[in-house]
Every structure is written in C-alpha cells, then in structure tokens.
Design a binder for this molecule. Structure first.
Ligand SMILES: NC(=O)c1ccc[n+]([C@@H]2O[C@H](COP(=O)([O-])OP(=O)(O)OC[C@H]3O[C@@H](n4cnc5c(N)ncnc54)[C@H](O)[C@@H]3O)[C@@H](O)[C@H]2O)c1
Length: 281
C-alpha cells in the first residue's frame, strides 16, 4: 500500500483483521491499533471508514473494506486484501446480529455461517503465532443443545443451515432468540473443531463469550427482552461490562501471553453465568 501524506503508515507492525465496526468492534479495533496495523471490515463500509478516520487521527494505520460476511465473494476479497497486506497476525470476528434482528434464518447466517466463511478464508494465511478470536456470547452458555443439534451446528458452511437447524429444532422453537443462542453455541464448537487445523501451523483459535456489555446494540436488547433485564438483576457485580473490558480480554487472547490457549472459550461475564445457577433471593 502506497503512502498517503498525512496518513500514518506502520509497515513494521503485524496486521489485525477486525470484522465489525459497531460498538464492540470499534473498541477492539482501537485497542488492536495500538500494536497492529488494522484491516477493519463491516457490511457498512461507511461505518468502518468513519472509525478508521477516528483511529487515524490517533496515529493508527487502518485499512477498511465493505464486507458482508455471508457473501463468499466479499469474504474472498477480504482474504485477498489481508494477503496483499502481508498476511495477518490476529483475526478478531466481532460482527453479529442481536435477537432484535428478528429473523431466525438471517441471525444464523450472519452469526454462524459468516464467521465460518471468514475463518475458512483466512485460515490458509495463518502462520506460526497467528490467532483468531471469535466473539460468541453468554447466550451460548445458557442452553444445552441435543447431540443432533450440535451435529447440525457443526456444519456452518451448509447453504441451507437455517433449514437444517429448523428440521432438528422444530418450527415452533425456531425463534430469533433460539437462533442467537444456537449461532453462538456453533461458534464455541467451531473454535474447538478448528483448533487442530490452526495448530498444524502453530496458530490458535478461541471464542470469547461476553456477558451483558454496555453497547448501543446491548441497550436495544433491553427494550426487546424482559429476560435480559431479569438477568441484569442477577449480575454479581451489579453492572454491565464495558467495551474496554472486552478489548482487554481480546488483547490478551490475541497476544503471545495466551500462546497455549486454543480450542476453548473465555467467558467474560462478571460471573453472571455462574450466578444464574445460584439466583439471588
Ligand atoms: N452488546 C452485548 O451485550 C453483547 C453481549 C454478548 C455478545 N455480543 C456480541 O458482540 C458482537 C458485537 O456486538 P455490538 O454490541 O458491538 O453490536 P453492533 O450492532 O454495535 O455491531 C455489530 C456490527 O456488525 C455489523 N454487521 C452486521 N451484519 C453484518 C454482516 N453480514 N457482515 C459484516 N458485518 C455485519 C454491523 O454493521 C455492525 O457494525 C456481536 O457478535 C454480539 O452478538 C454482544
């Protein structure tokens, strides 16, 4: 990439590919940009560019791409751009839809098939020390799916993923909330399943499950879900997590300090999953 006067370029830094320029994705991009060049991708290319402009003001070296993670051609373009930038050190997949998207099939597609496409497209570029962090959710820890469901969720690249999940789940249970939880369970499974392939070249893959985090998307979900408000009441620390607390965990998982952590999930929920097993009086 050629130099642009006034625009910081740091070819000496490794590349972090961050997917998602919403609340949490921007916080993650900002943190990763302290030690990496960043390729920031989002279906909303203008949102990604707006964040990149803010980060560039702080001296960060950021590239952007409009990329719908459910579109194989767009994901191939993402992989091509990462390759053109010399390959990546860290991939952080943050983008996702909330239950508020209100569409069973779309939530499964964006939250599970999309990250699976991105991971499959970037895996061939992974070298020793590279890592992938896929943002899942506390919701993945709230449901125990049947073996049959786990098997279907284990084939996230199937074009008819939503139909296959519905066939096992039953149409009456195919709600947006179910799609959200199952998509995130699928991400935990994906990190476990992919660890061997990433490990072959000395690379790692993990999922990270945020609990209730104060983001604009998270705030909207309170309006849609009485269950979420009830969960907040059970929170051991009596507060939501902040986006910088998620960025802290991502920064650790993407660093060499986490060099023996792969194929697992890190729950960053202030103890809420544990507390839900021990409700307050
Ligand atoms: N906020 C919370 O409390 C919370 C809790 C647990 C997990 N999460 C997860 O964290 C992630 C980010 O949450 P957030 O609050 O920052 O959400 P957000 O809505 O602010 O950001 C999501 C981003 O994803 C992008 N996006 C949507 N569809 C896309 C597609 N097809 N391709 C590429 N980009 C697409 C959107 O344009 C948006 O910029 C999500 O995966 C969410 O499920 C959030």
């Amino acid at each position: 990439m050629s130099a642009v006067p006034g625009r910081p370029r740091r070819p000496d830094l490794p590349l972090a590919v961050v997917i998602g320029a919403g609340g949490m994705g921007s916080a993650v991009a900002r943190r990763m940009a302290q030690t990496h060049r960043v390729l920031l991708a989002d279906i909303d290319g203008d949102a990604a560019q707006a964040q990149a402009d803010l980060l560039a003001r702080d001296g960060a070296d950021v590239y952007t791409l409009a990329c719908d993670v459910t579109d194989t051609a767009a994901v191939a373009a993402l992989s091509g751009m990462a390759q053109g930038l010399g390959g990546f050190r860290s991939l952080v997949h943050v983008a996702g839809l909330s239950i508020g998207a209100d569409d069973f099939s779309k939530i499964l597609s964006v939250n599970l098939r999309g990250p699976a496409l991105v991971v499959a497209a970037l895996r061939p570029l992974a070298r020793a020390g590279a890592n992938a962090v896929v943002i899942a959710s506390l919701a993945a820890h709230s449901v125990r799916p049947s073996q049959a469901l786990l098997e279907v969720l284990g084939t996230p690249l199937a074009p008819d993923l939503a139909d296959r999940v519905t066939a096992v789940l039953g149409a009456e249970k195919a709600t947006p909330a179910a799609a959200y939880a199952l998509s995130k369970i699928g991400l935990l499974e994906m990190a476990r399943r992919e660890a061997m392939d990433w490990g072959r070249v000395g690379a790692r893959i993990v999922s990270l499950s945020p609990g209730l985090i104060a983001t604009p998307m998270g705030a909207l979900a309170y309006q849609k879900s009485a269950g979420k408000r009830a969960m907040f009441e059970q929170s051991p620390l009596s507060r939501e997590g902040s986006m910088s607390e998620i960025a802290d965990a991502v920064e650790f998982l993407a660093s060499d300090r986490a060099s023996f952590i792969s194929g697992t999930d890190l729950l960053v929920d202030g103890g809420l999953a544990a507390a839900l097993g021990y409700p307050r009086d």
